[in-house]
Design a protein around this ligand. Structure first.
Ligand code: GUN
Length: 280
């Protein structure tokens, strides 16, 4: 068996063309959806992600602006920018790109983003809604993976789902979204004793740790759906995920590539959330 690739780029293009239609419909009613991205410091990966977000907005007729602050920006300066965006009527979605430079209080800054404009779904109110099983703004990366699962039309109810990684941005919200579909969810971390014993039971395996080669073919149940969230740069400059593609591809039923897998879906779901925030 060779795993079928879930083409995140093609699926993201499909989602974005739906966004285009919704943005056009909003425009005829006099609203142009607007996204503001707050980028603090000069983390090159963050800069690249923000570029992709801005490009996707432009492609579907969503206004976007990037507010750049130096790594030396104070807590008060970042908060002031967020508060200004909260009351800017041309801005419907606000995203504070993470990670923030050391010294800034991330939870306090995320708490400043008005919940109705929190297109990342990182505000405590939206996280609480997600916990209760109904959220207006599901976090973009997990929401993108749910779209990928829906695109292959496999039942999740009662199936074993294993999530490796317990981050607030990916692992924890993904576990909640899978639970919401009645999957049987196990959350592992990079420190889980006998990780393979868990992963081998998984019908759906989500890997979000940031360690290349963490999951190898012998750890995967034949036919499993494997979603790779890792984005790691090798010494020779290639981008690879957390899954050892060569050994997993012959075992899994479905597999997401890196690049061109989960990453483009994160961007597409941000646009979906921005249009929703604008009333579309
Ligand atoms: N950094 C890595 N992923 C994300 C994300 O989904 N949103 C934000 N704001 N920052 C990130």
């Amino acid at each position: 068996m060779t795993a079928q690739r879930i083409d995140g780029k093609a699926l993201a293009d499909q989602v974005l063309s739906e966004c285009r239609a919704r943005a056009d419909a909003l425009a005829t009613r006099g609203t142009r959806p607007g996204l503001a991205v707050v980028l603090v410091g000069d983390n090159p990966a963050s800069r690249a992600y923000v570029r992709n977000k801005v490009r996707a907005c432009g492609a579907v007729g969503v206004h976007s602006e990037v507010i750049e602050l130096p790594a030396s920006a104070s807590q008060a300066e970042v908060v002031e920018v967020v508060r200004r965006l909260n009351v800017d009527p041309s801005i419907h979605g606000i995203l504070v790109q993470l990670p923030l430079p050391a010294g800034l209080d991330e939870p306090a800054i995320l708490a400043e983003v008005m919940a109705a404009k929190d297109v990342d779904g990182f505000h405590a109110l939206n996280r609480g809604d997600l916990f209760s099983g109904h959220t207006r703004f599901p976090p973009c990366t997990p929401a993108g993976m749910m779209r990928m699962l829906d695109s292959i039309d496999v039942p999740l109810r009662g199936r074993e789902a294993v999530v490796i990684g317990r981050s607030n941005t990916v692992g924890k919200p993904m576990a909640l979204l899978l639970l919401g579909r009645d999957a049987t969810v196990t959350v592992c971390t990079s420190k889980t004793v006998d990780l393979a014993a868990h992963t081998r039971r998984a019908d759906v395996l989500v890997v979000a740790v940031g360690r290349p080669g963490l999951v190898t073919g012998d750890m995967v149940k034949p036919g499993a759906i494997v979603l790779d969230v890792g984005i790691n740069r090798t010494d020779d400059g290639r981008l690879v995920g957390d899954v050892d593609f060569a050994s997993v591809e012959p075992v899994a039923g479905y597999l997401t590539p890196v690049p061109g897998g989960v990453g483009p879906m994160t961007v597409a779901m941000l646009v979906v959330n921005t249009i929703a925030a604008a009333g579309g």
